[in-house]
Write a protein that binds this ligand. Structure first.
Ligand SMILES: Nc1ncnc2c1ncn2[C@@H]1O[C@H](COP(=O)(O)OP(=O)(O)OP(=O)(O)O)[C@@H](O)[C@H]1O
Ligand code: NI
Length: 331
C-alpha cells in the first residue's frame, strides 16, 4: 500500500455569510500516505478545522460550498450525499476532537457508546462486548469493567480523551484526524495521549492528520508539516526541513513565537496583528506580509505569487522571493 491514502487537490471552502459566499480555504493541496503523520499548523482562524470538517463531510451543505477534489483511497468524497458520507465516516476515517465532553453522549455509558460506534456500521457484528473491552484496554484504560459502566462526566479529561480515541478507532480506520487532541489537557496527560496516538498509528499503519498549535507536538509526532495562513498553504515540508530551514516569514514567525523555543528570561515573541476576517482575505495577495514589520517593502512586492514554489524535495513555499531565502539567526 504505497499509494496515497488521502489526496486533496485544489480544495476551496466558502461559507455563506449574510447571503454572500466568503472563502475560508483557497485552493489547498495536501496528501497523506498510509502510515504517515501530517501536521497542519497555523494560527486560530487559518482554516485548519474547516479542512478537517470537509474531509469528514461535516459541513452544513446549505451554508457551505466545498470544491476541488478530496480522495480517500481513490474514492472522491466531494459531492457525496449525507448517506454516502455516513457509510465511510467512522469506518475509513475516524476523528478525535479537542473537546471530548461535547462529542460524547452525556446520558450513555462509555461501554454502550463504544458499542454503538461499532454496531452503527456493522449491524451483524458479533462479539461486540469483547471488542468494546479490547478497545478500552487498547487505549490504556486498566479498569475496563468499571469504566465501561461509567458516564462521561465521571471521568477525568484524559480518560475521556482515551474514550474518544477508542471510538475513533472502533472500526479500524485508515485515516485518523486529530483536531487539537490534547489542547485541553495538562502536560503529563498530554504526553500520555500523544504517546497513545503514536503507538496506535504505528501498530495500525494508519495515516494521521494532526491539527495543532503546538510546534513541540509537531516535532515529536509528525513526518511532514503544512503551514496554513488565512485559508492558504504558505509552506509545506518534512519536519526537519521546516524547523531548520523555514522559508516563509509566517513559518519563521510561528517558530519564533513558539514558547518552547524561548530561553527562560527572554521575552516571547508575539506575532503582531491578527488573521484577517474572511471578508478581508484577498487570496491573490500574500496576506501575511503586512504583519511583518521587519520586511523590506521591495521584498513584499516581489512575493505576490499564488503558487507554491519548490525549495527542495518535498519542501514548498508560497512566493518566489522566499525560495532561496535564509533567515538570519535573530530577526
Ligand atoms: N460555519 C461557519 N460559518 C462561517 N464562518 C466559519 C464557519 N466555520 C468557520 N468559519 C470561519 O472560517 C475561518 C476558519 O475557521 P477554522 O475553525 O477552520 O480555523 P482554525 O484554523 O481551525 O482555528 P482554531 O485554531 O481557532 O481552531 C474563521 O474565520 C472562522 O470564523
Ligand atoms: Ni480549529
Amino acid at each position: 500500500m504505497d499509494g496515497k491514502l488521502l489526496e486533496a487537490k485544489n480544495v476551496s471552502v466558502d461559507f455563506r455569510i449574510d447571503g454572500q459566499y466568503q472563502t475560508a480555504i483557497h485552493k489547498l493541496n495536501i496528501s497523506i500516505k498510509h502510515g504517515e503523520v501530517v501536521a497542519l499548523v497555523g494560527e486560530s482562524g487559518s482554516g485548519k478545522s474547516t479542512f478537517a470538517m470537509s474531509v469528514m463531510g461535516l459541513h452544513n451543505s446549505d451554508q457551505t460550498r466545498v470544491t476541488g477534489s478530496i480522495k480517500l483511497n481513490d474514492n472522491e468524497l466531494i459531492g457525496l450525499s449525507e448517506r454516502q458520507f455516513d457509510a465511510y465516516r467512522g469506518v475509513s476515517v475516524g476523528m478525535i476532537f479537542q473537546d471530548p465532553l461535547s462529542s460524547l453522549n452525556p446520558l450513555m455509558k462509555i461501554g454502550d457508546q463504544i458499542a454503538e460506534a461499532i454496531t452503527v456500521h456493522d449491524k451483524q457484528s458479533k462479539k461486540v462486548k469483547q471488542r468494546v473491552q479490547k478497545l478500552i484496554s487498547d487505549v490504556g484504560i486498566v479498569d475496563v469493567q468499571r469504566v465501561s459502566q461509567q458516564y462521561p462526566h465521571e471521568l477525568s479529561g484524559g480518560m475521556r480523551q482515551r474514550v474518544m480515541i477508542a471510538i475513533a478507532l472502533a472500526n479500524e480506520p485508515d485515516l485518523i484526524i486529530a483536531d487539537e487532541p490534547t489542547t485541553a489537557l495538562d502536560a503529563t496527560i498530554q504526553a500520555q495521549i500523544l504517546d497513545l496516538i503514536k503507538e496506535i498509528q504505528q501498530k495500525k499503519n494508519a495515516g494521521i492528520l494532526l491539527i495543532t498549535h503546538d510546534l513541540g507536538v509537531v516535532a515529536e509526532m509528525a513526518d511532514t508539516v503544512t503551514v496554513m495562513y488565512a485559508g492558504q498553504i504558505v509552506e509545506q515540508a518534512r519536519v526537519s526541513d521546516l524547523f531548520n530551514h523555514p522559508k516563509h516569514p509566517y513559518t519563521r514567525s510561528l517558530l519564533r513565537a513558539d514558547p518552547s523555543e524561548v530561553n527562560s528570561g527572554d521575552e516571547l515573541y508575539a506575532i503582531p496583528g491578527t488573521v484577517p476576517a474572511l471578508k478581508d482575505m484577498d487570496h491573490s495577495k500574500d496576506l501575511f506580509l503586512k504583519r511583518v514589520p521587519w520586511l523590506d517593502k521591495a521584498e513584499v512586492e516581489a512575493t505576490v505569487d499564488e503558487k507554491l514554489q519548490k525549495v527542495s524535495d518535498g519542501h514548498y513555499v508560497r512566493g518566489n522571493a522566499w525560495q532561496n531565502f535564509e533567515f538570519l539567526e535573530d530577526l
